[in-house]
Design a protein around this ligand. Sequence first.
Ligand SMILES: [Zn+2]
Ligand SMILES: [Zn+2]
Length: 370
Amino acid sequence: MAGYFARAAVVRDFDGTFAIEDIEVSAPHGAEVLIEVRAAGLCHSDLHLASTDMGIPAPAVLGHEIAGVVREIGDRVSGIAVGDHVVATLIQYCGRCADCLSGAGHRCPNRSHTLRQPTEAPRLKQDGSPVTQIFGLGGFAELALVHENQVVRIPESIPFAQAAVMACSTLTGAGAVFNCAKLEPGQSVVVIGAGGVGLNAINAARIAGAGRIIAVDLAEDKLELARSFGATDIINASAGDPVAAVLELTGGGVDHAFEMIGLPATSLQALRMTRTGGDAYLIGLHRPGSTLQVDATADIIAPQRSLHGLYMGSSAPRRDVPRYVAQYLAGQLDLDALVAREFSLDEINEGFDLLRTGGGVARGVITSFG
Ligand SMILES: [Zn+2]
Ligand SMILES: [Zn+2]
């Protein structure tokens, strides 16, 4: 079966830069879906992967939050048709194991089930050699060839850029609130880091009926944005000890604390901002080897606190994406303000430069690929 040529942003040296090159994308077979990418979000994880040699074979196509239109499907795909609008996510699961069958596909040990076998032709090639497709997705390209388990249909009424942002930052941030914390009305929340994931957690806490929603960040513009997403209180951590500020505001700490940054200091702050019996959730990616120095008695045992490590908001995309689409269409989930700026594929380096320097961006999204 013939394949296709597609323009893609390719990473070669893991120096944080992307080159626009042609790649060959194989035609779909089996459970694969070929997607014409219409929007791909620029995420901090991509920046991290593009700037750090983590042993990923080069060349590689990154990009893990996309929306687009189905161009072609393999002969075992069901429930997805050519022309459907879809999102694709990085959550890879087999759909058959005990974890998957209990609704915990985010814990699936068989993630490679969604990939081609080593004996098969690679999905992506360049001059006859394989190209790495990150998370079985490779979204920074005109075409993405993805296993159907990673694909969810969406209505045509949601714009592609908003849908792409939902595929990563909403699943992660709102999922932490709905799926992991199972927030109850009236409970109090602190979110450290008001980027795309943090704003989604704040928005979800508002939808879930949280009493107090406290946003902590160093950037005043992000904190102001956090207010419009539902934060009832904002704390600029550069102005003093944010733990003391949260304890004072809440009279002893919050029920749930979410850490979105991935630093030991802010992770410990999250834990120490919770009340007796409270829960802290680590969501931001830490550097390899990063350690937390916890006082076992004072931080954990005496206050009866729990510390949770989360992956992708414990999301099941086919269960959760329709919920977020409905909330967006009902005006409850603000995805429009999350799409801060749109770029073309050729401007990808500029987009990541802005992300690197803060730049006030909630989220940059690539929306033109030609
Ligand atoms: Zn992401
Ligand atoms: Zn599984």
